[in-house]
Design a protein around this ligand. Structure first.
Ligand SMILES: *Cc1c(COP(=O)(O)O)cnc(C)c1O
Length: 357
């Protein structure tokens, strides 16, 4: 399939790196492709960035049949643009597609299209360390129909947004709120899928946490309300008695690529790493015994987000000294060094896009 390219005549003004925030501003072009049962995925194209016109009955608006991905393009010191494990994102995108009854895409075609889009938008990849161009591939159900079933037609698009350094105000530990009144995902549900509804379902608890002065919700499992699952929309790690522990992937946890990368690095560094169930009681007991060293969340946006305070029922604990722990720091440095091309990456983790093409 040939990629059609139509360029815009009017370029948007580009902000300075220091003015960037997250998710507010989009580049000049986007990728689009459509699905029809008779044609399959067809008409891949790069167009000027534009609004999508849709009938008010369009299925995605009513029943949330939508999946997305999130990854970033990084500018290296020599000016190259590189992607971090992008094939993992398109693989996970297709896993999400299968669960949500959306026809799978050709992963190579999607990655090639993304690279072409990035070449066109290369000036939008900011230069300062910590900044990046956030990439949002999305598929939405497009049938104008109010019955509940899988749509027959879909739109796949990729939009790009320049983002500022996540830690522009310093790498400070956050406060998290453990809730037993709300769950993010249930057994047999879609917690392991990057699908729109999971985020809608997380908003209410997030607002409550925020009203009480906490940055994120720590989610417990939906069956026993006992085992830790994720923090906000990040995976979670604990360092207890020099064992690095993260909940195992059992269906309600999103398989983060940052999570997987950290497990990989920890193994290379000969740390003791366990993917296993960990109860909130174990965390509090480890703290009482003086063995809870660090807690941090992981995800593409923040890379590593250290946790300083946890509130669970009427107990509040402070982790470590209130400063970022050495292990969280070491993972943050190692991953960002790889992403910005300052250190060699494990085989296959980096794909470079030559901006001179
Ligand atoms: C995207 C996401 C993550 C992190 O995944 P990365 O691939 O590391 O960015 C974790 N939890 C949830 C719920 C997510 O949506």
């Amino acid at each position: 399939m040939k990629l059609k390219i139509q360029k815009t005549e009017t370029l948007k003004p580009r902000p300075k790196d220091s003015e960037l925030s997250f998710g507010t501003l989009f580049t000049d072009h986007m990728f689009n492709m459509d699905y029809h049962p008779d044609k399959g995925w067809h008409n891949p194209r790069i167009d000027p960035y534009h609004a999508i016109e849709m009938d008010p009955s369009t299925m995605v608006l009513h029943y949330g049949q939508a999946i997305f991905e999130g990854l970033k393009a990084y500018r290296t010191e020599s000016g190259d643009i590189q992607l971090f494990r992008p094939r993992e994102n398109f693989k996970r995108f297709n896993q999400s597609a299968r669960v949500m009854c959306i026809p799978e895409i050709d992963e190579d075609l999607a990655l090639d299209a993304l690279k072409q889009l990035l070449i066109i938008e290369k000036e939008w990849v900011p230069h300062s360390l910590g900044t990046s161009l956030y990439i949002r591939p999305t598929i939405i159900a497009m049938d104008p129909f109010l019955g509940v079933r899988a749509s027959h037609t879909y739109r796949f698009f990729i939009i790009l947004s320049p983002v500022g350094a996540y830690y522009s105000e310093g790498f400070n530990p956050v406060k998290i709120w453990v809730t037993k009144d709300h769950v993010r995902a249930v057994r047999g549900g879609v917690g392991y899928v990057k699908t729109a509804g999971n985020y809608a379902a997380s908003l209410f608890a997030g607002e409550l946490a925020s009203k009480n002065g906490y940055t994120q919700v720590l989610w417990l499992d939906g069956v026993d309300l006992k085992y830790v699952e994720e923090v906000g929309s990040m995976n979670i790690f604990f360092l207890i008695d020099d064992e690095l522990i993260t909940p195992n992937l059992q269906g309600s946890i999103l398989p983060g690529i940052t999570r997987d990368s950290i497990i990989n690095l920890a193994k290379v560094w000969n740390m003791k790493v366990s993917e296993r169930r960990i109860s909130i009681d174990e965390v509090f007991e480890a703290h009482s015994a003086g063995k809870l060293q660090e807690i941090f969340g992981t995800g593409t946006a923040a890379v590593v987000s250290p946790v300083g305070v946890i509130k669970y029922e009427d107990k509040i604990i402070h982790i470590g000294t209130g400063e970022v722990g050495p292990v969280a720091n070491k993972f943050f440095a190692a991953l960002t060094d790889i992403q910005y091309g300052m250190k060699d990456a494990p085989e296959g983790w980096i794909e470079t896009i030559a901006p001179s093409l």
